[in-house]
Design a binder for this molecule. Structure first.
Ligand SMILES: [Zn+2]
Length: 80
């Protein structure tokens, strides 16, 4: 079982996803799609070294996407 990589989220990642469904749809659609594409192509990579490299690269992308998401949410809640 894999947990959603979004900080503070403990939902389970379903199927081929890289994060829980809720956070997938919380990300900008374009970003979510390209992260999902990268995630799937990393899983399909046959060369173990290459795969490890792609997976750790994706972790970085996913982490920074969620950092930006949380930043935006903070801005929104501080305004209202
Ligand atoms: Zn989540």
């Amino acid at each position: 079982m894999t947990r959603c990589p979004c900080p503070g989220c403990d939902r389970e990642v379903q199927g081929d996803g890289f994060c829980c469904t809720e956070h997938y749809f919380a990300l900008p659609q374009k970003e979510a799609r390209s992260l999902l594409r990268l995630h799937i192509s990393a899983k399909r990579e046959r060369d173990p070294d290459n795969r490890a490299h792609l997976i750790s690269q994706n972790h970085g992308y996913v982490a920074s996407a969620f950092r930006r998401l949380l930043e935006r949410n903070k801005e929104v809640s501080s305004v209202s």
